[in-house]
Design a protein around this ligand. Sequence first.
Ligand SMILES: *[C@@H]1O[C@H](CO)[C@@H](O)[C@H](O)[C@H]1NC(C)=O
Ligand SMILES: *[C@@H]1O[C@H](CO)[C@@H](O)[C@H](O)[C@H]1NC(C)=O
Length: 836
Amino acid sequence: MKWANALWLLPAVLRSAYAARDYDAHDYYAVHLSPDILPENLASHLGLDYDGPLGNLADHHVFRTSRSHGHDHIQTALKDLKRRRRKRDVGWDEPHVLDNVLLSQKQELHKRFPLVKRSALPPLEREEYHWRRQNDRPKVIDSSVQKGLDMAAELEINDPIFQEQWHLYNHVQTGHDINVTGVWSQGITGKNATISIVDDGLDMDSDDLKENYFAKGSYDFNDAVEDPKPRLSDDKHGTRCAGEVSAVRNGVCGVGVAYDSKVAGERILSKVISDADEAVAMNYAFQDNHIYSCSWGPSDNGEAMERPGILIRRAMVNGVQKGRDGLGSIYVFAIGNGAANDDDCNFDGYTNSIYSVSVGGIDRKGLHPYYSEKCSAQLVVTYSSGSGDAIHTTDVGKDACYTNHGGTSAAGPLVAGIYALMLEANPKLNWRDFQYITALTAVKVDQPSDWELNKALGKEFSHQYGYGKADAYAMVEMAKTWKNVKPQAWLWSPWQHVRHEIPQGDKGLASKFTVTKEMLKKANFERVEHVTVIMNVEHMRRGDLSVELRSPSGMVSHIATHRRKDNAHSGYVDWEFMSVAHWGEDGVGDWTVVVKDTKVDSNSGTFTDWRLKLWGESIDGDKQELLPLPNEYDDDDHDREDANVGTTSVAVPTVTGQPEGNPTDHIDRPVNIKTSTTATPEPSPTDVPSEEDSAASPSPSASSGPNFLPHPFPTFGASKHTQIWIYGSAVLIVAFLAGIGGWWYYMRRKRQRWMSRDEYGFEMVEHDDIEDEDGKVGGSRRNKRAGELYDAFAEGSDEETPFDLGSESERDSDDEDAGGHRKEAYRDVDQGGESR
Ligand SMILES: *[C@@H]1O[C@H](CO)[C@@H](O)[C@H](O)[C@H]1NC(C)=O
Ligand SMILES: *[C@@H]1O[C@H](CO)[C@@H](O)[C@H](O)[C@H]1NC(C)=O
């Protein structure tokens, strides 16, 4: 069938990359289909119209019907089939066209959360913010000013606002710029690199952008037309971002960081967009669009905790695997402007994705602007608004310039522009090479922060500044001679079941997982790049929680921080936190998660479970397979006995971390054992959303076929009906006995488990052991046992774990004063009204 499929796709590819959708007239369904079936077959079976492939996601398709409010045709059909199979109208082993539906999602235009531009800033809470740019200006032309004028002359830049573009060359606070002029003077200006500005439009008619505009990579997803022309009065953000990257050197306004690069526009922020269309946007023209610059995300109100839907997450994996001819699309995200709201970019599923580079801000004096969020997923910072000035760039309209572009929205595109320069210097860089070079060349920001040395990289990391500020010259120089890193490998631990109440106050509850050399070797894993931790924590007030991750080297990532405005009752549900602070470590040893609930009040909680995922460079690149596309329920399997098998066996080199022969010591409730462990990279059918558990489908042989029994069973000469009766009763009796036995065994295990818990205990880590409130431990390394750590695999072993605390560096020192514990009236999440 595959050939037929391929033949059919040909004209579609030739026709158009994207079919315009009309959500007023139609309902749309995004469907992941098995490659064994033509999408037309499904369409005709269900009476749907086939709308075409879903962007560049293989085997994903879009179907449509006329608008029918509330009704989901495909889920209804799937349920109906299940019902008919239960009633035996259709055999369980009888193939059915619907069995090819691997995932189906009706597209909604009212999303769970709106995407917010990261330019408008929240009200200033702590810092005076005056426009005193004029006062900062020197009265006489000094040597720095002269140097800027000479440089412009040498580079033939006669754009009128170039001297105001201090982020390119700062003649007032010298050194506080991206250090790009030395790159330009080598003739490296972004040629052959294309940046797509995924935003609210791009004024392709602007004289400052026209010449670099790349129509082929552009699309207006909001109004379903080719050109992403700004149409609403506030559709200006995208054009300003585009100017920062790619404004032409031509005597109009200023210049972009990569002023000879191509720039595309994808308009997605001006109306609500469906997940399917956003997924298409993330892969749009992904052989030609190299870098996707995204200055938006979920609200930064300090209450939201949102991640992109499964189609968008798949599109990002697809992008890094297939975009740019397999070198990978580069996703650059603004980190978020919610620092004054205690927001943390690890609560945003775009910025904490391993596939995105998250960029924070510093201002023209090199200070931390009050808005720029901090988090362990932040790789780098660069210049934006603060200390009396902002970014000067192109605006919507003829010859229009803008002097007040700010927030982390303005920082992200500067890094995207530097990436375009790197791409010209070395077009073969893969998506992870960009991240390596960014971390390795970042220049430490000369400000007090929670700087901590990453010994493996020889670089200091801070949650406020990442590895420091981007230096275009250093990045391009390193790019020129950079040798590609080998393909990505990964090692995922099994679920670590903790199920223990979190102590309140300054204590923490710790759990660790030990990674051995053998595990890494088996996983073809050489060294760590990203680390993610997926957690389930129940808590009555989510904002009270904080979580640290300690690596074997003693480096600490604050993967979750408390948020004073976050009143959600939901805790963390399968949330994946990310850290780039452990980049370069070998990964061997104890990885410890410490959960804290610092507020002593009636809002309490339980640390349920967690799993560690190490992502890094492979040992043998030729043996390394690509990560399968994620499934919605990949991390939902923590209650199954075979959790680690079901999840990690999809990839051959992955090691589960479960010591061989060790009984599964983390079952303490009955589990549904999956009948088969999917050993192929194909997504398993369990990712079809349905309220019924896949384990509910009985084995096909039990209900169908003329041969009721395989031949070794005696038939007693009875009729088939009687046989069923005899064997049925026997089976029932056996099942009953097995049930009693199982229950007894389960209770015994449970008792043993609790006894062993009592023995080893969950001793709470004392306050001064884990964290000194003032962060002052005097820098001395203390080797102190901070109580026993619960270790799911250490039960029965009496080895005690020394807990090396290392030196605590200061953190949170600058924002605790802002009423970190101030009472806030409960505010309904009103993200829609938020404009930043
Ligand atoms: C900035 O660029 C200059 C060359 O123009 C270079 O000498 C200098 O080292 C760069 N700064 C850093 C931190 O690399
Ligand atoms: C741009 O790409 C084309 C085609 O791949 C190549 O021939 C040309 O040399 C490149 N130009 C630069 C400046 O890298």
